[in-house]
Design a protein around this ligand. Structure first.
Ligand code: NAG
Ligand code: NAG
Length: 291
């Protein structure tokens, strides 16, 4: 395709060969008033290329799929963020963790984290996908929180960990945590925070066999020293393919556990609390929307 190079005498001479525009623009070779005409032709040439450019596949929304291993690394993938969140790493004698996003398509994200932690009895990390859209609303303003989470875990040796949603409420938007609501999909040799333990050292649920979102749960309640913690654990087995309305757990707590609907949902995360062992958690599809 011909493109004017508006410089020099030769270019000016060529300009006349393209004198197909209204006569007013067809000027003598040495008349410099042809320059606006060349500029118009140049612009038209670019415009004619535009449909071609638009027809090419549009570049994927750029999401960082590289591995991140830093203690507080975050990767933005709107409407989500991947947070490494290795908050308890100093309690380990050794270990490390990495995570990376593998796919983002609309509201559905896929990601993977691999970790190995040795020593210390506390949680080392909560690498998670955080929802950034729709939070800081009062519970009374939320009608539903549809979610899906399909995952699998491979591990070697004994693993102490959970796979869980972790949600926080506060008295104000962005305020200090008042309630933490955990929905565990798996309990690998770990246990929920509980105010009450049996003589055998087992946490005692405050409510049992609760049906929410197509599964049956036991509810544990206690304090982590900073805020109330409500933990819903499946009554048996693990839930590797979860799909339902997460707001059902809030509705239960509002109705039965005195959580105020004027509380603000300030954090909505889903990931794995890793304490010890070696594992790779692969999330093939995760989505959460607040309506
Ligand atoms: C990304 O996710 C979309 C929607 O789930 C799916 O159609 C697509 O095949 C995925 N791409 C890869 C590379 O996994
Ligand atoms: C996790 O995977 C990354 C990339 O393959 C690797 O470099 C890293 O050593 C792994 N970390 C752990 C703790 O397995």
């Amino acid at each position: 395709m011909a493109v004017f190079i508006p410089m020099g005498h030769a270019a000016r001479r060529r300009a006349n060969a393209y004198c197909v525009m209204p006569q007013a623009h067809c000027v003598a070779e040495n008349d410099l008033t042809w320059l606006p005409f060349a500029a118009v032709m140049f612009a038209l040439t670019l415009l004619s290329l535009l449909p071609l450019a638009l027809a090419l596949p549009s570049p994927r929304a750029t999401v960082d799929t590289s591995a991140h291993c830093g203690q507080w690394d975050t990767v933005s993938a709107s409407p989500y963020s991947l947070l490494l969140d290795q908050w308890g790493a100093s309690g380990a004698t050794s270990g490390s963790q990495c995570a990376h996003i593998t796919n983002l398509s609309g509201d559905t994200i896929a990601w993977q984290t691999n970790w190995t932690w040795t020593g210390g009895s506390g949680v080392k990390s909560f690498s998670n996908i955080q929802l950034d859209d729709g939070i800081n609303q009062q519970l009374s303003a939320i009608s539903s929180m549809p979610t899906t989470w399909d995952w699998s875990q491979s591990s070697s040796g004994t693993v102490v960990a959970d796979v869980a949603y972790d949600l926080f409420t506060a008295n104000t938007a962005g305020g200090a945590n008042v309630n933490e609501i955990m929905v565990w999909l798996a309990n690998f040799n770990a246990g929920p925070i509980s105010a009450q333990y049996s003589a055998q050292g087992q946490p005692v649920p405050v409510a049992s066999d609760i049906s929410i979102a197509g599964h049956t749960w036991n509810l544990y309640s206690g304090s982590n020293g900073a805020n109330n913690v409500f933990s819903f654990l499946p009554t048996s087995g693990t839930v590797t393919s979860f799909s339902g309305d997460l707001f059902g757990f809030f509705e239960y707590l509002i109705e039965h556990e005195g959580v105020s609907s004027s509380q603000f949902l300030v954090t909505a995360q889903a990931g794995t609390e890793a304490t010890s062992g070696t594992a790779t958690l692969t999330t093939s599809a995760y989505s959460l929307v607040i309506n």
